[in-house]
Design a protein around this ligand. Structure first.
Ligand code: ADP
Ligand code: MG
Length: 290
């Protein structure tokens, strides 16, 4: 049977919005030496907004309607940002079918005129598209979404999202707890990762960008050589890393169903300060039951 100390710690954690799937996860959390965080929707709010748009071919309205069409069913915060922007401009999404999600790259689909894609430079490269005509839009520190047909880029939008109000303090609290290593892992481009990471007090070598889901898994495995690892994430692209980590922690309210299923813990209160509380609680409980 589960020791009373663990049961009472689990219920104390739950009252604080940290839901453990079982006592084993609490015991493992006490051993955790490294915390790895996803960026988008985890350390940031995931409520991204469209900032800049550059259209190379056609009107701004056509561009936004088509981009909203391909992003119509995307679970990614980028998709939601694009849909809100189109809606705000009164532009109905163009019907796009055969949509296929490529994690950490973007989406492919087809409308009445044929195949199209939306995504980052990795997706553009896959399509043989030259991004150079986008000019200065490439230089910013915002997330970029390009829209294209095969090798032809129609246009691009940048979206930006902000750190959660509790992220910087949450990471600082984990450091005070004695957590040895704290890193950020993101599929987003380096310039964005550095802006957000630096804002949160992370050093350059703690910021890992332009990762595919499998790269996150490999980095978690590398950290695991120095002791137990917790991974905190929200997206479909985080599911494998959540499963690989000794303790997978998924964002509760805004996180994807896949991430929640792969995780051992759900962070219902979207308060990063709760992680340090849970870690301290886990360590205290471990001392009591030993
Ligand atoms: P993170 O690891 O920060 O949560 P992701 O791995 O989900 O980020 O995404 C990495 C990048 O892949 C995004 O910054 C974006 O460039 C691209 N991407 C992912 N999903 C989409 C989408 N639905 N539409 C356009 N681009 C996308
Ligand atoms: Mg994410």
């Amino acid at each position: 049977s589960v020791p009373a100390a663990i049961l009472s710690a689990l219920s104390a954690a739950a009252r604080g919005g940290v839901l453990f799937k079982g006592g084993a996860a609490l015991e493992t959390l006490a051993e955790v030496r490294s915390f790895a965080f996803d960026k988008t929707g985890t350390l940031t709010t995931g409520r991204a907004e469209v900032r800049h748009i550059r259209v190379l071919d056609g009107t701004r309205e056509d561009f936004l309607g088509l981009l909203a069409g391909i992003e119509a069913h995307s679970e990614h915060p980028i998709g939601a940002a694009i849909r809100r922007e189109a809606d705000r401009n009164g532009l109905p999404p163009v019907p796009v079918g055969a949509i296929h999600a490529h994690p950490s790259e973007g989406l492919t689909g087809a409308d009445a005129q044929g195949a199209l894609w939306a995504g980052n430079t990795r997706m553009a490269a896959r399509m043989g598209a030259d991004v150079a005509p986008l000019g200065t839009l490439l230089d910013g520190t915002e997330t970029m979404v390009m829209l294209g047909r095969g090798p032809r880029i129609i246009g691009a939008a940048t979206v930006a999202d902000q750190p959660r109000a509790t992220s910087a303090e949450g990471l600082a609290a984990l450091r005070r707890e004695g957590v040895g290593r704290i890193v950020m892992m993101t599929g987003d481009r380096r310039a964005v990762a550095h802006r957000i990471g630096t804002d949160l007090g992370l050093a350059a070598d703690e910021i890992h960008a332009e990762l595919l889901p499998a790269d996150k898994v490999a980095l978690v495995a590398a950290l695991a050589e120095q002791g137990a690892v917790a991974f905190v994430g929200d997206g479909v692209n985080d599911a494998a890393a959540l499963a690989r980590a000794d303790v997978g922690i998924a964002m509760g309210a805004a996180g994807s169903e896949v991430a929640l299923q792969a995780a051992d813990v759900a962070l219902l209160a979207e308060d990063m300060g709760r992680l340090a509380h849970a870690h301290r609680l886990a360590r205290r409980t471990a001392r009591v039951i030993r």
